[in-house]
Design a binder for this molecule. Structure first.
Ligand code: NAD
Length: 476
């Protein structure tokens, strides 16, 4: 640890009315709560040896995967529908605080013959759902502050957990996810759907087959203008996302850009993140927007004067093998959407944004569309060959959401290791609080915790061959 600042920093704990955390040592998530937690360098300390290695762990096969969904707003209701198209899935519970959201999710699958129980109206009801003995997998698509408490509670009650991104918002939560997964031998899968986007899958396969040579540097991003959505009264339940933007700093949503490049670079599986530095601009838009809206609508007064996250955050990570990853986060500026997805190796380069994705092998420029098509065919990933077209028909961000759900279920049904395990969930999510610390400390470097506790040296890369499993039905 190279940082010399030992003072306490105040981190805002995200707001969800009426929820107490299921965890000890994690700040409670009451509405508007701001709690003091020790500065991060104290929290990334050694937590002792790994109890059990979940990387590559094959849980016992489940012929039928019985799922409980928690949180069926914008995102969760789509997941319910996608899962109803996968063979060997039984949807047992749809749980949302708001009855209308659980009902709406059910309506989307009514014709499928699934008969879930709807659990609604009580902010703590999800605990009873996790305690049931007729559930195998808890699928979480609630506001960020609830992901880790729910996933840990689910695993501690003998369930596998899938969680939307980020899986955690503090380093303590990241460690508790790891410890719960290892303790219970239950998977904690981070639902990083961008790892299954077609261009990202293609470049992963090309990297595996040596097309780019040694990967030297990668870039990823979440550049998505959400300003109107954040301030909308309808889009996010109780302004949960705006509350985050109004209280936390740095890269709050790192995993869309980071997940795919981490897989290409075999992070946690041959290499590991060593340290990072992070720098943010000021906020030039959110505080102004809050002020303007509050002038005519009292509901926005609660956001006036809040410490909004800067427009742009840039974080650079160095790995133990001497490679770098640059990540950006901007959810307010009026820019075209981008996750960048740049892979730079000793023999070639790929870059997805601005669309369409491009490949190059030299300084002269990108290869032609025709040449790209040839490469696309040659390096077509096994999962795309198998269910790519079906996934496009089911949909969900062009099919990638379905590929993710299908493969997660296929792994559980065949007793195979999952692609994005608890170490990925913890590591990719940890960039949020680590970047926050660096931003608040004049971009000082900060060590990235090794959640694998040394097993990264021997963990096998994610198996993308589909040589096992791949037999789960798609029901159109
Ligand atoms: N991977 C992706 O591409 C992608 C896209 C959109 C959203 N997301 C993620 O999905 C998650 C949900 O986002 P969203 O856009 O659906 O938000 P949302 O506000 O529409 O949905 C969240 C739901 O959680 C419910 N909820 C809140 N507290 C609850 C509790 N205690 N018990 C049960 N239900 C509770 C709310 O009623 C709401 O319906 C977020 O983590 C977000 O980052 C991911």
């Amino acid at each position: 640890m190279k940082n010399n600042r030992r003072d306490f920093i105040k981190l805002a704990v995200p707001a969800v009315a009426g929820i107490t955390t299921a965890l000890s040592g994690i700040a409670p998530a009451f509405a508007g709560a701001v709690s003091e937690i020790p500065e991060i360098p104290d929290l990334i300390r050694d937590r002792g040896p790994q109890k059990f290695n979940m990387s590559g762990y094959a849980a016992p096969k489940l012929e039928t995967v019985r799922i409980a969904f928690i949180g069926t707003g914008n995102r969760g209701s789509g997941a319910v529908q996608r899962m109803s198209k996968i063979g060997g899935v039984e949807i047992k519970v749809i749980c949302d605080l708001r009855p209308e959201k659980a009902n709406a999710a059910f309506k989307r699958i009514e014709a499928s013959g699934q008969k879930p129980e709807l659990v609604t109206g009580n902010p703590e009801a999800w605990k009873k759902v996790c305690e049931r003995d007729d559930i195998d997998l808890v699928y979480i698509a609630t506001p960020w502050a609830l992901h880790a408490p729910m996933a840990i509670y689910a695993m501690d009650h003998g369930k596998h957990a899938c969680t939307e991104i980020p899986a955690a918002t503090t380093i303590e939560e990241c460690w508790q996810l790891v410890e719960s997964s290892e303790r219970n031998k239950k998977h904690c899968m981070i639902l990083e759907n961008c790892c299954y986007d077609f261009f990202e899958l293609l470049t992963l396969n090309m990297a595996r087959q040596g097309f780019f040579g040694e990967i030297v540097h990668a870039e990823g991003a979440y550049i998505h203008d959400l300003l109107a959505g954040d301030f909308s009264k309808e889009k996010y339940y109780d302004f949960w996302r705006l509350r985050m933007d109004a209280s936390r700093q740095g890269n709050l949503y790192p995993t869309h850009g980071l997940g795919p490049v981490s897989q290409v670079m075999n992070i946690n599986r041959g290499d590991k993140m060593d340290y990072l530095v992070s720098v943010s601009t000021n906020d030039f838009m959110m505080a102004d927007t809050a002020k303007k809206l509050a002038a005519t609508d009292d509901i926005y007064k609660q956001f006036v004067g809040k410490p909004f996250n800067g427009n742009m955050n840039t974080t650079t990570i160095r790995t133990n093998k001497g490679k770098t990853i640059m990540l950006q986060h901007d959810v307010t500026s009026p820019r075209p959407y981008s996750r960048i997805h740049l892979i730079s190796g000793t023999k070639g380069t790929a870059q997805k944004y601005p669309l369409p994705g491009k490949i190059s092998t030299g300084h002269e420029g990108w290869i032609s569309e025709e040449e790209f098509k040839v490469l696309e065919k040659k390096y077509e990933p096994a999962i795309v060959k198998k269910v790519g077209e079906l996934a496009k028909q089911v949909g969900g961000h062009g099919g990638m959401d379905f590929l993710m759900d299908w493969h997660n279920i296929d792994c559980l049904r065949n007793g195979l290791p999952v692609d994005q395990d608890v170490y990925d969930a913890a590591l990719w999510s940890s960039i949020f609080p680590l970047s926050e610390w660096s931003v608040k400390n004049r971009s000082n470097s900060i060590d990235v915790p090794d959640f694998t506790r040394g097993s990264w040296k021997t963990n096998a890369p994610v198996d993308i061959t589909l040589s096992k499993g791949g037999n789960t039905e798609v029901k159109l």
